[in-house]
Each structure stands twice: as C-alpha cells, then as structure tokens.
Design a binder for this molecule. Structure first.
Ligand SMILES: CC(C)(COP(=O)(O)OP(=O)(O)OC[C@H]1O[C@@H](n2cnc3c(N)ncnc32)[C@H](O)[C@@H]1OP(=O)(O)O)[C@@H](O)C(=O)NCCC(=O)NCCSC(=O)CCS(=O)O
Ligand SMILES: Cc1cc2nc3c(=O)[nH]c(=O)nc-3n(C[C@H](O)[C@H](O)[C@H](O)COP(=O)(O)OP(=O)(O)OC[C@H]3O[C@@H](n4cnc5c(N)ncnc54)[C@H](O)[C@@H]3O)c2cc1C
Length: 403
C-alpha cells in the first residue's frame, strides 16, 4: 500500500529495486562485516543517476523531487542500510542547502563533486553540542578575505571518505563580534581539516563516523553559504534545509525495516513447529499484522513530508515522519528477528544486522525526544525553549536540584 505513483515514478522505483537487488544485496553483509565504505556501490549509484538525482538539471542532475529520491532511498536501504544513507546525503541535507542557498560558484563546485560520486558530510554535532546544536563552539573568524575555522565536530558521517563538507560554525567579524551561525564549504585535504577518531559504531558499519577537527582551517569568504535571512537566522535556515535529510534518514530506517519484514514473512510461512507453518499461529499473525500496519503508516507519513517540500519539507511533517519511521524500524526489525527464533540471533542471518542498522535513527538527525518537542511546539503554537532561562528564572526546586 502506498501513494499512487505516476508511471514514471513506478519505473524509477523498479529501476532502483533492480539495481539494489542485483548489485547491493549480495554485498551488504560483507560491507557490514569488513566495515568498508561501498565505493563500488557508489559507482553503480552514480551510473544509475542516483547520486545527485535531486540536483537541478542546469547543474547536471535529474532535477528529481525529494519524494522521488525517497522512492530510490527506500529501495537501497531495503537491502543495504549503508547504501541507503549514501543515497540520502547525495540528494538531501547539505547538497540541498547549497543548491537552494548557494552562489553559482558554490552550486557548481558542490554539484560536480556529488555527481562524480561524493557523499557530502554535514558537520553540525559537537561533543558538547548535540541536541543543543545551537550551542556549538566551532567558530569562523573573519580575517580579511578569508575565514579561519577552529573547533571540533564528532559523529560526522563520511569522515575520511567524504570530499565536500558543510561546516556549521559561529561566525565572528574582524572585530570579534558574533554574527550568528553560518555554513562553510570545505573540501577534504584542505590544510586544517583533520579527520579524527572513527567511532566503532553498532550498525551501518560501512560508513565511517568520525571526529572532524578544524585547526586554523582557512576558507575563502566566497565559501560561506549565506542563508536567505542572513547569519542572524543562519542556523534556522540551515536546519530548515536539513528537514530534507530528516525525511531521508527516516526513509532509510523504513527501508531497513521493510527488508527485515519481508524476510520474516517468507520465514514464518516456511518454518514449521507442531506440524504446521508458524504463520498459522494467531499470535504471530497479529505480530505480522501490526508490523505491516506500522510500516504502512510510516511510509505514508514520510511520503507526506517529502511531498510537502517547498523548497524543503515542512518541519512538523518531517519531524513526525522521522519519529514514526525510526521507532517503527526499531520495533519491526526486533519483531522480525523474534520471528526467526535463534536463527535471528545468528550473524549467519541478516536479522541482527537489521536491528543494529536501524538503531541509530531515533538518535541521529535529531533524537526522537527532541523532535517530539518540535512537534509539540508546532501543534501548540508556542516556542519551547529548552534552556532554563528560556522559561524565566529556574524555580527554587530546580535550583536546589542543580546544587
Ligand atoms: C533546534 C535545536 C538545535 C534547538 O535549538 P534552540 O534551542 O536554539 O531552539 P529553537 O529556538 O527551537 O531553534 C532555533 C531556530 O531554528 C528554528 N528551527 C529549529 N528546528 C527547525 C527545523 N527542523 N526546521 C526549521 N526551523 C527550525 C526554530 O524555529 C528557531 O528559529 P526561529 O527563532 O523560530 O526563527 C534542537 O531542537 C534540535 O533540532 N536538535 C537536533 C539537532 C540535529 O538535528 N542534529 C543533526 C545533526 S546531522 C545528523 O545527525 C546526520 C545523521 S542523519 O542520518 O541525518
Ligand atoms: C550513526 C550516527 C550518525 C551521525 N551522523 C551525524 C552527521 O553526519 N553530522 C552531525 O552533525 N551529527 C551526526 N550525528 C550526531 C547526532 O546528530 C547526535 O548524536 C544527536 O543530535 C544527539 O546528540 P547527542 O548524541 O550529543 O545526544 P544528547 O543531545 O547528549 O542527548 C542525550 C539524551 O538526552 C536527550 N535529550 C537531550 N536534550 C533533550 C531535551 N531538551 N529534551 C528531551 N530530551 C533531551 C536525547 O534525546 C538523548 O536521549 C550522528 C549520530 C549517529 C549515532
């Protein structure tokens, strides 16, 4: 069950499925086991026109919508989560921000890299500024015609393999006066852009998550991506563009869960206990029913968010979709593993990898808790500042608890 597709969209999805099944499915376990970036998969994505599919035609892309990109992404993630995430960042997030806010020079440079197979790295999170991303300390100091960036990001997807980096930093003018948060484009190999420690991640092990350290990284002033409302509203505009990646991330979670669900459906019809296929036990039938219902709801929510793009997905719809898809993926991959019994717990089967791969999506891209605050603030029509002084002076009880 899904949105009614046009014949073009149906063909696009079928092409994505064919590529995923033939090229990526056979290698997915190996990518996970070896923790190696699937460069061959990227070459096949590029060949298929799926890297930079959303880049406008005048810059060499297909000018595809986020909805069409979601169709592609789900098919990739259904067989290989890492390849699904690469498809997200080659079509949403950083590249979308640049294609919307960038100068001609920035657009051409970024489009060229992505169309050649680069998965950009979006550099927002810091050790002391995760959910509270606006408290980032990474700074860009203006020095004549350049900016000098110092600071450290961590958990950056693609560290060491990504070429293009979109670096979120607090901007200071020549006299040291803060201007707001801006995005800076830097290419791997630039002196002062240092790839640090790689995290030994639980899942999606084909993609490195690393520290990125900025040590007097010099960036030409024309590599500042200046959001439409200027630096004062820089973070708001940049995170607005990021809503596209929230929809993409949710779609990867959905694809991983869909793949696990389909394997479980086949298994319960084959596996026999007590002289009958376990699919005949009503308790399991209801589990399968609940999994199908949740996946369908998540897909519809994601498609609704993707279709709301103007130019980016609606923040509320994107947050809602990411919450429902990520939580559904955790539940469905675990239930699918359960239906396999002990086999589900074996690394000889893909079920445990699906659970590990799905687990990140209630954390990365804005946690399920923080996104609920966004949803609440939008449905209540109130600001919901999270800092204590956001709600006025802390009460005596809060003060006492803090002492
Ligand atoms: C937004 C937060 C960092 C909290 O920031 P603040 O405490 O400053 O709170 P706000 O006033 O809510 O936000 C500031 C400003 O931005 C606007 N805003 C916030 N969220 C959005 C949004 N999604 N779309 C559009 N605009 C947004 C908000 O309205 C304010 O602007 P105005 O003052 O109203 O004009 C925090 O809530 C948050 O989102 N934390 C999560 C950070 C995050 O998502 N990090 C992801 C890093 S990249 C990653 O994880 C990649 C992996 S994944 O696979 O993609
Ligand atoms: C696999 C993976 C890939 C990632 N890729 C990238 C990337 O490419 N680029 C990038 O910039 N970042 C990336 N991240 C980082 C990710 O965005 C952050 O982990 C996330 O924003 C949460 O920040 P944190 O880990 O510091 O957790 P914290 O913010 O410390 O949160 C800890 C716990 O407290 C909760 N919490 C925090 N504040 C509140 C609040 N106000 N209300 C309710 N609960 C709250 C959180 O929900 C969470 O449960 C990635 C993370 C992972 C796991």
């Amino acid at each position: 069950m899904e949105m009614k597709l046009s014949s073009e969209q149906a063909k696009l999805r079928a092409a994505a499925r064919e590529l995923a099944e033939s090229e990526f499915a056979p290698k997915a376990a190996e990518v996970d086991r070896t923790e190696s970036y699937p460069f061959n998969n990227v070459a096949a994505l590029k060949e298929a026109g799926f890297m930079g599919y959303t880049i406008p035609k005048e810059y060499g892309g297909r000018g595809g919508s986020f909805f069409e990109a979601a169709l592609i992404i789900e098919e990739m993630a259904r067989v290989c989560g890492a390849t699904g995430r690469i498809a997200v960042e080659a079509n949403m997030g950083a590249i979308s921000a640049v294609m919307q806010y960038g100068t001609e020079k920035q657009k051409r440079m970024s489009a060229e890299l992505v169309l050649a197979g680069d998965k950009p790295a979006i550099c927002i999170t810091e050790p002391e500024a995760g959910s509270a991303a606006t408290e980032m300390a990474t700074r860009a100091d203006r020095r004549g015609g350049i900016y000098v960036i110092n600071g450290k990001k961590h958990w950056i997807t693609g560290g060491g393999v990504s070429k293009l980096h979109l670096i979120f930093a607090r901007v200071f003018d020549q006299s040291g006066v803060e201007q707001g948060i801006g995005g800076f484009l830097a290419v791997a190999g630039t002196p002062g852009l240092i790839v640090g420690k790689r995290e030994p991640a639980m899942g999606l092990r084909g993609i490195p998550e690393t520290e990125i350290i900025f040590n007097d990284l010099e960036i030409a002033e024309d590599m500042l991506v200046l959001p439409p409302r200027g630096l004062r509203r820089g973070f708001a505009d940049l995170i607005n563009a990021y809503n596209s990646q929230r929809v993409g991330a949710g779609t990867v979670a959905l694809g991983i869960a869909q793949g696990a669900f389909e394997r479980a459906l086949a298994f319960v019809k084959e596996r026999e206990q007590f002289g009958r296929p376990i699919a005949e036990f009503q308790g399991l039938q209801w589990m399968v029913a609940d999994m199908a219902i949740a996946l369908n709801a998540a897909r519809l929510s994601l498609h609704q968010a993707a279709l709301s793009a103007d130019p980016f997905p609606d923040p509320l719809l994107a947050a809602q979709a990411k919450i429902i898809a990520s939580e559904t993926a955790n539940a469905v991959t675990n239930q699918a593993l359960q239906l396999f019994g002990a086999r589900g717990y074996s690394r000889d089967y893909p079920m445990e990898r699906a659970v590990r791969d799905a687990r990140m999506f209630t954390i990365a891209g804005g946690t399920a808790q923080v996104l609920r605050t966004l949803v609440a603030s939008r449905v209540l029509g109130i600001k919901a500042p999270q800092t204590r002084d956001g709600y006025g002076k802390p009460t005596a009880a809060i003060r006492a608890a803090a002492e």
